[in-house]
Design a protein around this ligand. Structure first.
Ligand code: MN
Length: 695
């Protein structure tokens, strides 16, 4: 285990200004916090965070990152609190430790490839500060180095698989190529122990015999080029076992057939020399057809330039050779972006970590978190958020997405039946924007359906399209059924029962194709009650026998046990047609709320009851806010509208006066939502009304 002074010396060696006291304080704090906890290896637990810090000193990271590494498991595994960390080590370290702790909590199940990809993106997005991710990756690397101490095979395999699926690709993505290789090698050893061992044996055989094979081939290449007047810098390396195995698996070739065990690179002065070198190599060793690539005349999309070829070498062995100029080499090796994009051909010489220098530079000079992100690939994920289902499945959504978007992203049926949502265990309004890492539970009812009001806040195309389509088909259906209700009332008011041909005759007289068209016309008030009566029974409206409109039938609500007391909530004033949900309050009964009532959040401890209006439901009190122009007769004008629509005003109150406008709050009795909408539309169409809204 690294001792306190050794760790400090390491940091001081590359950063003489590092805060010594801070690191010492962290060392002692972590040692005390972890106390007598032990690792599977039998070492004191404390050795782990110190080794993680040691790994990060190899990358020359700043003192805050080193301190974060030392403290990274204290919140999760000891009694230490975030407040303590902040008090002792400052805001930055507290934020970084908090970030690592959060990342550790979501080491989730990576069942499918899709989930793994999501999780990688999520980890990137959650990291925010790239140092959080660096600590997390170093933590994982040390855990992989000590994996063999864990007795439980299943656990070892799970950790190894997770490393392979999530952490190695992440390391690769941010350019930590050495981390990636070591993680893959260690994970490969655990997941495919036999393959690992046999590849290791083969590599060993290659290098025994006549000494270091790579060295010999390298020298031979250089000598051949030199003899023909090309001065080339030739580098050679052996690929790591996992990448060899992957190629064997992908290409279905045996170890002997594999050309990718050894790779060589010739770096020359000019483009002409590149082609000359290629010619000289092909003259000396037969090329393997199909493996030659000219990325100089046609560079890769990321700007990568090189010649690639594979030849059959003297030892009856295929070797891969890349040829490029110094310029091309510098771009491929040292450009941060190029480093991310370019996967092959890394040599030990590249472990000078040019990218890390870049990264540290960015960390030091980036003015803000956004700027830092811009310099890293993380920027890609800043417009996304990631939320979990209760089962831990990750759902990727655009920023600003709400529980309704979430529900539709999971499944169309789930979206359609949404009545509410719990975010991190709390019931929240459906319009609440989700945050990264939220766990979202959708509350559903089969009796519910998509709601036009959702269009005001959903952000995903899928949710929007589904709601729109539903609303369209539903609108006509509902209009027709409303028309039927009104039609039945009209028939009731006729002085005599109707003959069975009456409706057909009426349709003819009204020039309507069928009864649905009639019902629609009635509901939309395109045709008056008296016109319908006249069409059904000519001359009937002139007679005394016409009955007044009938009493409204009582409210019925599906989902309630008969006899249970219920109240229509005063906050949202639901009326038939609104989507509703019930809160069961002890000793009080059921409170019926509209589904997007903001007071629902207060119903955390109440039971939720799925409710829907009964078919016969009629009547409710709606609360309106109407802004009137300050003109004589304005009030009379709206009173007439209410009268014409058969809506009773229950109460009216002036809530504000603002020069030329007066705002009124009115409670009116309406049949249902459609009735209310017609009244609102009529109000808005009136000159004296500035705005009319339902509250
Ligand atoms: Mn750890």
């Amino acid at each position: 285990m690294l001792r306190q002074y050794e760790l400090l010396d390491k940091v001081k060696s590359y950063d003489p200004d590092a805060d010594e006291a801070l690191i010492n304080r962290a060392y002692v704090f972590s040692m005390k916090a972890h106390g007598s906890q032990k690792r599977a290896s039998g070492d004191p637990y404390f050795s782990h965070p110190i080794e993680v810090a040691g790994i990060l000193t190899d990358l020359h990271l700043d003192d805050e990152t080193i301190v974060t590494a030392i403290l990274h498991d204290t919140i999760e595994d000891t009694v230490a609190t975030p407040e303590e960390i902040e008090k002792l080590f400052g805001k930055n370290v507290a934020r970084l430790v908090d970030g690592v702790t959060k990342l550790s909590k979501i080491e989730a199940q990576s069942e499918s490839e899709r989930a793994a990809e999501n999780l990688r993106k999520f980890l990137l997005a959650m990291s925010g500060d790239i140092r959080v991710l660096l600590v997390k990756l170093a933590d994982r690397l040390h855990n992989m180095r000590t994996l063999h101490f864990i007795g439980n095979e299943e656990k070892r395999r799970r950790i190894a698989k997770e490393t392979m699926d999530i952490y190695a690709p992440l390391a690769e993505r941010i350019g930590m190529y050495e981390f990636m290789k070591e993680m893959q090698t260690l994970a490969f050893r655990e997941i495919e122990p036999d393959a690992y061992e046999s590849i290791g044996r083969r590599l060993e055989q290659l290098n025994t015999g006549d000494g270091d094979l790579i060295q010999r081939i390298q020298r031979g290449l250089k000598a051949h080029l030199e003899a023909n007047g090309v001065d080339a810098d030739v580098q050679g390396r052996e690929k790591h076992p996992y990448s060899i195995w992957r190629k064997m698996a992908e290409r279905h070739v045996s170890f002997e057939q594999l050309s990718d065990i050894m790779a060589f690179r010739c770096i020359v002065d000019s483009v002409e020399d590149c082609y000359r070198t290629l010619g000289l190599i092909h003259q000396r060793w037969p090329m393997v057809p199909g493996r030659f690539k000219d990325y100089i005349s046609t560079p890769k999309r990321n700007g990568y330039c090189s010649l690639h070829t594979t030849v059959i070498h003297d030892e009856n062995m295929r070797i891969e050779i890349q040829i490029r100029t110094r310029d091309m080499h510098a771009r491929a090796e040292y450009g941060l972006a190029a480093h991310w994009a370019y996967k092959e051909g890394k040599t030990a010489a590249a472990t000078q970590h040019p990218w890390i220098t870049d990264l540290i530079e960015i960390l030091e000079h980036a003015g803000s978190a956004e700027e830092l992100l811009e310099h890293t690939r993380m920027a890609m994920y800043q417009d996304r958020i990631f939320a979990f289902t209760p089962k831990g499945e990750l759902i990727q959504l655009p920023k600003g997405a709400t529980p309704v978007d979430f529900a539709y992203a999971v499944h169309t049926d789930l979206g359609d039946q949404t009545v509410g949502a719990k975010i991190n265990g709390r019931v929240m309004p459906l319009r609440t924007p989700l945050d990264n890492g939220d766990q979202v539970e959708i509350l559903v009812s089969k009796a519910q359906h998509p709601q036009p009001a959702w269009l005001a806040f959903v952000v995903t195309g899928k949710a929007r399209a589904k709601v729109r389509r539903f609303v369209k088909s539903k609108e006509r259906e509902e209009t027709i059924s409303l028309g039927r209700k009104i039609f039945d009332e009209i028939v009731e008011r006729l002085p005599m029962p109707l003959g069975w041909e009456a409706l057909t005759e009426a349709l003819k007289r009204l020039h309507l194709p069928d009864d649905e068209a009639l019902m629609e016309a009635i509901a939309q008030k395109r045709i008056s009650d008296t016109a319908v009566m006249e069409a059904l029974m000519p001359g009937s409206t002139g007679k005394d026998g016409v009955k007044p409109p009938p009493q409204r039938s009582a409210i019925s609500i599906k989902g309630l046990t008969p006899g249970v007391a219920f109240d229509l909530a005063e906050c949202c004033h639901p009326v038939p047609g609104d989507r509703i949900v019930g809160l069961r309050r002890e000793g009080i009964g059921i409170e019926v709320h509209t589904i997007d009532c903001e007071n629902l959040a207060s119903g955390l401890d109440a039971d939720w009851v799925d409710l829907a209006w009964g078919d016969e439901s009629d009547g409710g009190t709606a609360r309106l806010s109407v802004v009137l122009k300050n003109e004589p007769g304005a009030l009379a004008a709206i009173a007439t509208i209410f009268g014409n629509h058969g809506a009773n005003i229950v109460s009216m109150e002036q809530t504000s006066r603002d020069g030329s406008f007066h705002t009124f709050q009115l409670d009116i009795e309406v049949h249902d939502v459609q009735h209310l909408m017609r009244i609102l539309a009529a109000l808005r169409a009136t000159d004296v009304v500035s705005t009319a809204e339902r509250l």
